[in-house]
Ligand binder design. Structure first.
Ligand SMILES: *Cc1c(COP(=O)(O)O)cnc(C)c1O
Length: 410
C-alpha cells in the first residue's frame, strides 16, 4: 500500500503544450516530436497505473532508502539564534543525493516502454552516476555524454560510471562542457529513439520532461510536509532549496504551492553576480531557448550560451527549469543567491555544529537558510533541503580549506 501522504494527483500541470506561464514548451527537431508525444502518453498512462507506483515506491523504499528523515538541527538553530531549522535529509539516499528519485522513475518508465538502452548527458557526472546506477539495476545498456573538459575535471565520477557498466562518451564540440553534451545526447536520441530512452537529469528539456521530473521528485516535499506537521504540529514558515536546473527545488517546494509557506530558490552567485562568473540564470539571465524549452538562461550578447561558474559542479547549469521561471514571474517564488565563499562558510557551519557534511550544492541553500532564519524567531520554522552529501566534494574542499584546518590544529 502506498502511504496517502504521497498524493498522486498532478497539481498545477502545464498547459497541453507543456507551457508553465509563458515558459516551457517543446522546441525540438521535427523528428523528435513523435517520440516526445509517445513519451508523454507513456508517462500519463504509467502515472495512472497503480502497479507502476507500487513498483516505484517499492524501489524508493528498499533500494533508495526512503522516506528520508526530517531532522531538527537544534545546535545549528541555537548557533544561528533565530527560527528553528529543519533539514530534509536527501543526503541519506542511496548514491547520496536526490537525483536517484528521478532516475528510478524514468528508468522504470523506460523499462515499461520496452527500451533496452538509456542515454543521459552529465556535467559534473552526478546525473550520469545516478543514471548508470539504475541502468545497472534494470539491466539496460547505458551511454552517457559528457564534455571532454568535464571528463577530465570529474575523473572519479567517470570511473564510477564505468564501474557501473556505463559507456562514457566524451564530447569535443563547442566548449566541451555540459551544453555540448546536451546537444550530443539530443542528436543521439533523434537517431535512436526507437530503442532508446533519454533520461534527463533535471526539470528541464522539452515537454513532458519538466513535468515528469517534477512528479518524480515531489516525494521530497510531500514527506517533508507530513513530517513537519507530525513533529511540530504546523507547516514551515519558509522552505528553501538550491537551484541548478531546479529538480530538488521543485521537489521540495511544489507540495507547498497552495500553502501559506514562503518558497525560496537559491542560485549560485559564484564569485559574485557582478563578476559575471556565476550560475544564476534567474537572477542574472534572460529568456531564451535552451535544451528544448523557453526559460531563463545565461547567454552573451551574441546569443551564445555563456560559460558558468560555481564552487559546486552540480549548480553549474546555464539555464533553469521553466516552471521555476514561471513561478518567479507569477510571484510564487522568492529568489536568493549565495556566493562560493558564503556556501563554503555554511558548509563549515553545518559540519561543525551538527556532524553532517553537506554537498556544496546544498550548502548554497544552507547559506540562504541561515541568513533568513537569523532574522526570524524560535516560534518559526525554516525548512532546508539538504539535497546531497559532501563526500564527492572532499577534493575541492581539501584544496580550499587544508591550510585553515591544519592551522586549527596547531
Ligand atoms: C545535481 C545536484 C543539484 C542541482 O540540481 P537540481 O536539478 O537543481 O536539483 C543540487 N544538489 C545536489 C546534491 C546535486 O547533486
Amino acid at each position: 500500500m502506498i502511504d496517502p501522504i504521497y498524493n498522486l494527483d498532478i497539481s498545477h500541470p502545464p498547459d497541453i503544450n507543456g507551457h508553465f506561464g509563458r515558459f516551457g514548451g517543446r522546441f525540438a527537431a521535427e523528428t523528435l516530436m513523435g517520440p516526445l508525444k509517445e513519451l508523454e502518453e507513456a508517462f500519463y498512462e504509467a502515472w495512472q497505473d497503480k502497479k507502476f507506483h507500487e513498483e516505484r515506491f517499492h524501489l524508493l523504499k528498499n533500494y533508495v532508502g526512503r522516506a528520508t528523515p526530517l531532522y531538527h538541527a537544534e545546535r545549528l538553530s541555537k548557533e544561528v539564534g533565530g527560527a528553528r531549522i529543519y533539514l530534509k535529509r536527501e543526503d541519506l539516499t542511496h548514491t547520496g543525493a536526490h537525483k536517484i528519485n528521478n532516475t528510478i522513475g524514468q528508468g522504470l518508465l523506460a523499462h515499461r516502454m520496452g527500451k533496452k538502452r538509456v542515454i543521459a548527458e552529465t556535467g559534473a557526472g552526478q546525473h550520469g552516476v545516478a543514471t548508470a546506477t539504475v541502468a545497472a539495476m534494470f539491466g539496460m545498456q547505458c551511454d552517457v555524454y559528457m564534455g571532454r573538459e568535464d571528463t577530465e575535471r570529474q575523473a572519479p565520477n567517470v570511473f564510477r560510471m564505468k564501474l557501473l557498466g556505463a559507456n562514457v562518451i566524451p564530447v569535443d564540440s563547442g566548449s566541451a562542457t555540459l551544453k555540448d553534451a546536451l546537444n550530443e545526447a539530443m542528436r543521439d536520441w533523434v537517431a535512436s529513439c526507437e530503442s532508446t530512452f533519454y533520461i534527463i537529469g533535471t526539470v528541464a528539456g522539452p515537454h513532458p520532461y519538466p513535468l515528469m521530473v517534477r512528479q518524480f521528485h515531489v516525494i521530497i516535499g510531500q514527506e517533508a510536509r507530513a513530517q513537519c506537521l507530525a513533529q511540530t504540529g504546523k507547516l514551515p514558515d519558509v522552505a528553501i532549496a538550491c537551484v541548478g536546473g531546479g529538480s530538488n527545488a521543485m521537489g521540495l517546494l511544489h507540495p507547498f504551492r497552495d500553502d501559506d509557506v514562503r518558497l525560496v530558490a537559491v542560485e549560485a552567485a559564484g564569485h559574485g553576480l557582478e563578476s559575471g562568473e556565476h550560475a544564476a540564470s534567474l537572477a542574472a539571465g534572460r529568456a531564451g531557448i535552451l535544451h528544448g524549452n523557453l526559460t531563463y538562461l545565461l547567454e552573451n550578447d551574441e546569443g551564445q550560451i555563456q560559460g558558468t561558474h560555481s564552487i559546486s559542479a552540480g549548480l553549474d547549469y546555464p539555464g533553469v527549469g521553466p516552471e521555476l521561471a514561471a513561478m518567479l514571474e507569477d510571484g510564487h517564488l522568492d529568489l536568493d543567491t549565495a556566493t562560493d565563499s558564503e556556501a563554503l562558510e555554511a558548509f563549515k557551519t553545518l559540519t561543525r555544529s551538527e556532524g553532517i557534511i553537506p554537498a556544496l550544492e546544498s550548502s548554497h541553500a544552507l547559506a540562504s537558510g541561515i541568513r533568513i532564519a537569523a532574522g526570524m524567531n524560535p516560534d518559526q520554522i525554516v525548512l532546508i533541503n539538504l539535497s546531497g552529501r559532501g563526500d564527492k566534494d572532499m577534493d575541492t574542499v581539501f584544496n580550499l580549506l587544508r591550510g585553515e584546518i591544519e592551522g586549527d590544529q596547531a
